[in-house]
Design a protein around this ligand. Structure first.
Ligand code: NAI
Length: 721
């Protein structure tokens, strides 16, 4: 049985065959050629030896039950591979179907996470038992990579749970469920307390159910909730497109509609035809650009970052045990929470004791909510809160090994605050500033140990936002950078490392997005079209709305400072239209943004009620129109081009960090794979992007002129890696 390289076959005295998925050449099981060959051989042997086989247990020899499709293969799939992909899916599906129907009970004994293809294999079993262990996840997250579950995942969940429930709970958003939740949903049948109990439970089930078949292979089986062609189902159907619209927010993403179609169409035909429909939709998705972008970002780029490529080697792993947070405002209060949550002691300092106590109140609210929702226990919540000490006394910072400063955005104040604490905290404490714009190298001049000084740029709301931008100043040491990398991972966030510059990477790039939106308003284009373009391009918040949230005075101050710096360095500052719009909104119309009660939008009791009509009156030139595609691409190109400049200037140190930083930090649309992958994946590749950039420059201004490095790269036929 040489073909059985990735699956072990062991038969017990009762005739039960235990199949253990265990690829000897890889750390995880994937649906690679070796798996397909092994599974083919297994199924043939089961059919041949059916008389001596009483049942089958499917389990895994790895920590993760089965990882699913091999993304290294999938990302390389091009339009010429359509037939080959379809054929290999057909083989995989036939094998699982033969396993399901060869005539003996099959039980999946799920010992580790089964996501995507891993869960799909178990769906071909007649009974699923899961070890209810911490961290074990079950689900079909293909949609988050721009794909759909094509090894029978749609066909079988639709038949198991019904069209609506499978779409809403499993398929459309790709939720990852705990074992308990998966059983509640009906995705699995039985939980056991530990991995050791799996095999006995599986064998017991086989003995009790010698004639088991899949429910859909019993005569007269009806899909729960009915088929889409029945009247009962018609009542539930309208919920689906509405849900889909909400998920897509106007963006044109291919996977969710394909999943909806495969589910609804597949529910109206027999299982074999449904299976072919599922494969056809998959082939469209996997050969398209969006899936490649998402796989690049959420698998390869993320892996690159997690592997610690940006962390200087040779420094011991660091964990902060006592964190001094300076400033208990919006950011400081939230930073205190995430470190207390990660088990560190936190001293939260503000000017007055009252302000510090108010800052701790933020954590009290979050804990109360988490307890209310059953996400944590009262006891664990109280322990978290006990780790936060509010204070106004510098002496209380004694012994802190990590300092995170989050006082007002004033260089003088920040420098003063660091001078105050540097002799109180541990002599080798890491000194971090959460400034969002001020150059780290300048701030570091105020401390005696500039080598321990670093930028730690968090994003609001801190407990939800997954990114931290680490900024390396001119004198920051490798040891400090390594520690910064570690303390970001300590709170389970993703670090990107950038070199010091005005606005770093994220603030600088998002600024170009906001400016371009305002520029369009200034040109007389309709503000509603600008907002619509932002939504359709896939941004989480439309630009004018976001600008209102940030307050218009912030970009104005940054612009004034940048202008002064450019001029001081002997450069020329070119006035742009957006500057006038922002100035007039603040000075002439008294509309500084949401916190001031009025901005691009109207607010009633803090609630946004619609775009301000005056925008149309004072700025819009009726009849002035541009192609809608240009609205969207002006926003996307502005950010992508600024990111290229950041790479050129060495502000960005790698392409994966650019991509992940842009998606997780500043809401660059995920379907692009990130700011630089957007350029790689643009129709026509880099040359196509360059041509389009020249066209935008001609129409809308020279800030769209592609940098020489990009043009040269396109001419050499290279992409960004
Ligand atoms: P905030 O105004 O809410 O809080 C600042 C706090 O610092 C106030 O509670 C103030 O009393 C306190 N403070 C002032 N002087 C102090 C001193 N000498 N010692 C201790 N505390 C003092 O401001 P926010 O929004 O929390 O911002 C703080 C920093 O974080 C700024 O540098 C800002 O640029 C940066 N940041 C802000 C983001 C945001 O979304 N608001 C995002 C990322 C960074």
């Amino acid at each position: 049985m040489t073909e059985l390289t990735t699956i072990r076959w062991e038969q017990d005295a009762d005739g039960i065959v235990v199949l253990t998925l265990d690829d000897p050449d890889q750390s995880a099981n994937t649906m690679n050629a070796a798996y397909i060959a092994s599974m083919g051989a297994v199924v043939e042997r089961l059919e041949r030896e059916k008389d001596t086989v009483t049942g089958v247990v499917l389990t895994s020899g790895k920590k993760t039950f089965f990882a699913g499709g091999d993304l290294r293969d999938l990302i390389r799939t091009g339009p010429d591979d359509r037939q080959a992909v379809f054929d290999s899916l057909t083989v995989v599906k036939d094998q699982l179907r033969r396993l399901e129907t060869f005539g003996r009970p099959v039980v999946a004994a799920i010992n580790g996470s089964a996501l995507g293809g891993g869960l799909e294999i178990t769906l071909a079993a007649h009974h699923r038992i899961v070890a209810d262990t911490r961290g074990l996840q079950l689900g079909l997250p293909e949609v988050t990579l721009g794909l759909l579950p094509a090894a029978g995942g749609i066909v079988r969940t639709v038949r198991l749970l019904g069209v609506v429930d499978s779409l809403l709970n499993v398929l459309l958003q790709g939720q990852r469920h705990t074992p308990a939740r998966a059983r509640e949903l009906g995705l699995v049948h039985e939980l056991v307390g530990s991995v050791d109990e799996l095999l006995p439970a599986a064998k017991a089930w086989i003995k009790a159910n010698p004639d088991a078949t899949a429910p859909w292979d019993t005569k007269g089986y009806k899909i729960p909730g009915g088929s889409p062609s029945t009247p009962a189902f018609a009542a539930t159907l309208p919920a689906l497109p509405a849900n889909l619209r909400k998920q897509l927010r106007g963006a044109n993403l291919p996977a969710p509609p394909a999943i909806l179609a495969a589910a609804v169409e597949g529910a109206q035909v027999d299982i074999n035809t449904a299976s072919v429909i599922e494969s056809r939709y998959f082939v469209d998705l996997v050969t398209g650009q969006v899936a490649k972008n998402l796989i690049q970002a959420f698998f390869f780029d993320t892996q690159h970052i997690k592997s610690g490529a940006a962390r200087p080697a040779g420094h011991p792993t660091f964990r902060a045990s006592r964190v001094a947070v300076l400033g208990a405002g919006m950011m400081g209060a939230a930073i205190a929470y995430v470190y207390a949550q990660a088990g560190a002691d936190v001293v939260l300092k503000d000017v007055t004791h009252e302000a510090a106590i108010r800052g701790k109140g933020y954590s009290e609210n979050l804990v109360a909510k988490a307890v209310g929702r059953g996400r944590t226990t009262r006891q664990a919540g109280d322990a978290l809160l006990a780790r936060i000490t509010p204070t106004a006394d510098v002496a209380d910072l004694a012994g802190a090994d990590l300092v995170i400063e989050a006082v007002f955005e004033s260089p003088e104040l920040k420098q003063k605050v660091f001078q105050e604490i540097q002799d109180v905290v541990a002599p080798d404490a890491l000194l971090g500033s959460n400034t969002s714009t001020l150059p780290i190298t300048t701030l570091a001049q105020s401390v005696r140990r500039p080598e321990d000084f670093i930028g730690l740029h968090f994003f609001s709301p801190v407990d939800k936002m997954p990114l931290v931008e680490i900024i390396v100043g001119a004198k920051t040491s490798d040891a400090a950078l390594a520690r910064a990398f570690d303390i970001v991972q300590q709170i389970r966030k993703t670090p990107i490392v950038v070199n010091d510059s005005r606005g770093f990477f994220t603030s600088r790039v998002i600024g170009t997005f906001l400016n371009e939106a305002v520029e369009m308003v200034g040109e007389g284009l309709h503000p509603a079209s600008v907002e619509q373009a932002g939504a359709q391009a896939g941004y989480p918040a439309p630009p004018l709305q976001l600008l209102d949230e940030l307050t218009l005075t912030l970009p104005r101050r940054i612009r004034q400072e940048t202008k002064a710096a450019v001029q001081a360095a002997g450069g020329v500052w070119r006035e742009r239209g957006y500057e006038t719009v922002v100035d007039r909104l603040i000075d002439e119309f008294g509309r500084p943004g949401r916190s001031g009660g009025a901005g691009f939008y109207e607010y009633v009791d803090g609630r946004r009620t619609g775009l301000w009509k005056g925008l149309h009156e004072h700025f819009t030139k009726d009849g002035h129109e541009i192609p809608f595609e240009d609205f969207k691409e002006r926003l996307l190109f502005a950010e992508a081009l600024e990111s290229v400049r950041c790479l050129d200037e060495g502000v960005l140190r790698s392409v994966p960090e650019a991509n992940i930083g842009s998606i997780l930090g500043i809401g660059f649309p995920a379907w692009t794979g990130g700011v630089i992958q957007y350029i790689n994946g643009y129709p026509g590749g880099l040359p196509g992007f360059v041509t389009r950039a020249h066209e935008l420059a001609e129409r809308y201004g020279e800030h769209f002129t592609p940098p020489a490095s990009l043009v040269a790269r396109a001419e050499r036929g290279e992409t960004y890696t």
